[in-house]
Design a protein around this ligand. Structure first.
Ligand SMILES: NC(=O)c1ccc[n+]([C@@H]2O[C@H](COP(=O)([O-])OP(=O)(O)OC[C@H]3O[C@@H](n4cnc5c(N)ncnc54)[C@H](OP(=O)(O)O)[C@@H]3O)[C@@H](O)[C@H]2O)c1
Length: 286
């Protein structure tokens, strides 16, 4: 009998990448559910759907990840990161499902001078990070058989940071990019492959996955420069700017130096870790 996997939030950037990988795996039966198919904020609907499908695994790709918008009281969809995850965790507890979900480095405060380990203390600085922390707690408090995969800035799934850099520079606009916010930019296809690899091994607990940007990461400015160079765009339009001077449209606290340690993942799947520049060049076809 094939292993049944239910994907929620299947239309998200990461949901599309995960579903595409699962669809071509042998011995796997995938049910990919968009928000129209299943609103994970609807507790009763989640219970009914899990009972009906009887998956062995749920991979939750639904979420609200607009970090600036999350600061607004009008961010009514933010609870998908907490209550939505709680609903999935309750159903997973009842029907003994292995629940996998994505989280973010923004659960950390960036005050550590070395890469964050999976069990380091969580101290989110903003509403988005707080919601991801809450979601993690919903799972760890209820379940033993779970996988939480934290990552960093993602690109490659739609209208993302890479597209924005390209758009602004092609339009010959000056573009302010942070030179002190350290990131390990990560190609969504690689993150999806990491999730599928871990889930295939029933890996339990918390893991980190990013493309490899070293122990200190790179600044958003360095990443934007690489994008511009690979696309033959004018790098002089990029304006290196401290993160505190970037206009997010709202006051926003961000952890400047939060870099995730990926050693736990690397030990299991060394071949699935690659340098950030290599992943970016491959994505841009250069
Ligand atoms: N993007 C990043 O840089 C990043 C970094 C680290 C971690 N993550 C995490 O990765 C996960 C996926 O992120 P993403 O960037 O791929 O997301 P995304 O492209 O912004 O898509 C979010 C998806 O969630 C769906 N959704 C929202 N509320 C829902 C609900 N109540 N029930 C079911 N589906 C719902 C949305 O459906 P509709 O379109 O119909 O609203 C949308 O398809 C999230 O947990 C996010 O926190 C993202």
């Amino acid at each position: 009998m094939p292993r049944k996997i239910m994907v929620t939030g299947a239309c998200s950037q990461i949901g599309r990448a995960v579903s595409a990988l699962l669809m071509v795996q042998e011995g796997v039966e995938v049910t990919a559910l968009t928000r129209d198919d299943l609103d994970i904020l609807d507790a009763a609907a989640v219970m009914t759907k899990v009972e009906e499908i009887q998956p062995a695994v749920i991979i939750n790709c639904a979420g609200f990840n607009d970090v600036a918008a999350a600061e607004s009281r009008l961010a009514t969809r933010l609870p998908v990161n907490t209550r939505g995850v709680f609903n999935l965790a309750k159903a997973s507890e009842k029907f003994r499902v292995y629940l996998c979900t994505f989280s973010s480095k923004l659960v950390f405060n960036g005050k550590k001078y070395s890469p964050y380990l999976e069990d380091d203390d969580l101290w989110p600085l903003n509403q988005y990070g707080t919601s991801k922390h809450g979601g993690e707690e919903m799972i760890t408090n209820l379940l033993e058989n779970y996988l939480i995969l934290r990552s960093d800035l993602l690109y490659g799934g739609g209208d993302d940071f890479v597209c924005r850099i390209q758009r602004e520079l092609e339009a010959k606009n000056q573009f302010a990019v942070s030179n002190d916010f350290m990131i390990a930019p990560t190609y969504i296809g690689d993150l999806a492959a990491a999730m599928v690899a871990l889930a295939s091994e029933w890996a339990a607990g918390i893991y980190h996955y990013t493309n490899d940007a070293g122990e200190k990461g790179i600044s958003s400015y360095e990443f934007a420069q690489a994008v511009a160079e690979l696309l033959n765009l004018d790098t002089s339009l990029l304006q290196p700017t401290p993160i505190n001077d970037i206009d997010f449209g709202t006051p926003l606290s961000m952890p400047e130096r939060a870099v995730l340690s990926i050693e736990r993942f690397r030990e299991m799947f060394p071949a699935l870790v690659r340098p950030w520049r290599e992943a970016l060049a491959a994505y841009l076809g250069r």
